[in-house]
Design a protein around this ligand. Structure first.
Ligand code: AHR
Length: 336
């Protein structure tokens, strides 16, 4: 665990013991146990975890929420769950409320990368450890959080780019790519774009002719794809930063009388059931997996933090990729 975590654990423990020993009132107004915060002595069923979720924008997000709620229940933690409806100000409010309630640990998936330093500093000053899940923040001061558990989004973008580069390695003409970006300013949108561009830049024929946000939703993916199809008659490839936007785009492509997966090749990220279904039907050609089932790992990290154990500063989720054939094979056993 980082130095900040260790120091705050020791301080909290000392403080709690003093409060219990003195048998006096405490400034939180509750019992000493309720106000002990991250004491390092808590049994599993007395841990309170405050979790601020991005929203419910995609199939991935719903699977992630379920995984966190189920795992917290299984671990016996009290989960204070808050849905930010894709708004940073709602997440900041939720984090402040968790601080006020003196939860033992805060975890959140930041909707965007920037603008977290103040509230993270407030959590640190209150001695409440913060665990980032799924998405990163761009804070220079990494002591503001204990660890970041989630995917390597740059690598996901690279995998998408590698498949495309391989498909078109012999192309003699330009290949026109349109890109549906995730939420503007979010880590997955920034990183998936970066990794993809990094790889396809090795082939000057691979050209991104349009790139716009679809906010990770099906509705926006459809709307933006409709606009792309109107503006460009010669689209060869769609790179969507998630399955939901790809699925919305498929509706737009079909409505335009074109065959998704054939007239326009489609690459997406996530590998949720609906995306895998479309891939198995040949409508999506390649999916890079992004695993939403972070709950069990998160609960383990929470327990380790409370126990004062050392935690890796970065925990990367293992992921794979699926061609249409591989999606067909994997679909019957897909959990989410
Ligand atoms: O942060 C993970 C991304 O957020 C998923 O790829 C996307 O579907 C979700 O909305």
């Amino acid at each position: 665990m980082k130095k900040f975590g260790r120091i705050s654990l020791v301080l909290s423990l000392t403080l709690s013991m003093m409060m219990l020993g003195a048998c006096s009132s405490n400034n939180g107004g509750g019992t000493a146990e309720e106000n002990s915060g991250n004491s390092g002595t808590k049994s599993t069923n007395s841990i309170t975890l405050g979790f601020s979720q991005v929203g419910a924008e995609s199939g991935w997000r719903s699977a992630n929420t379920k995984s966190i709620q189920d795992s917290a229940k299984e671990a016996g933690y009290t989960l204070k769950f808050s849905d930010a409806q894709q708004k940073q100000e709602n997440q900041i409010k939720a984090l402040r409320s968790f601080i006020q309630q003196k939860v033992d640990v805060i975890s959140f998936s930041p909707v965007v990368e920037s603008g977290w330093d103040t509230v993270l500093k407030e959590a640190k000053d209150a001695g409440i450890p913060v665990i980032l899940t799924d998405r990163a923040v761009d804070s220079k001061d990494t002591s503001l959080y204990v660890t970041f558990l989630g995917s390597d989004f740059v690598e996901e973008g690279r995998k998408a780019g590698q498949w495309l580069t391989e498909q078109y390695k012999d192309a003699a003409e330009d290949i026109n790519i349109v890109e549906l970006q995730g939420t503007t300013g979010s880590a997955p949108a920034n990183d998936r774009m970066q990794g993809f561009k990094e790889v396809i830049s090795s082939n000057p024929n691979l050209k991104i002719i349009a790139s716009q946000t679809g906010d990770f939703t099906r509705a926006k993916g459809k709307e933006v794809m409709q606009a792309f199809l109107k503006a460009h008659k010669d689209i060869d490839v769609l790179y969507a930063h998630n399955d939901d936007m790809a699925l919305g785009a498929i509706q737009a492509i079909e409505a335009a009388g074109l065959k998704p997966g054939e007239d326009i090749k489609i690459i997406s990220v996530d590998a949720v059931k609906d995306g895998m279904q479309a891939a198995s039907e040949g409508k999506i050609n390649f999916i890079v997996e992004c695993n939403p089932l972070l709950g069990p790992q998160l609960m383990k990290v929470v327990q380790d933090v409370v126990d004062g154990k050392s935690v890796e500063a970065r925990i990367v989720t293992e992921e794979t990729t699926f061609t249409s054939e591989e999606a067909k094979e994997a679909l019957p056993n897909r959990q989410y």
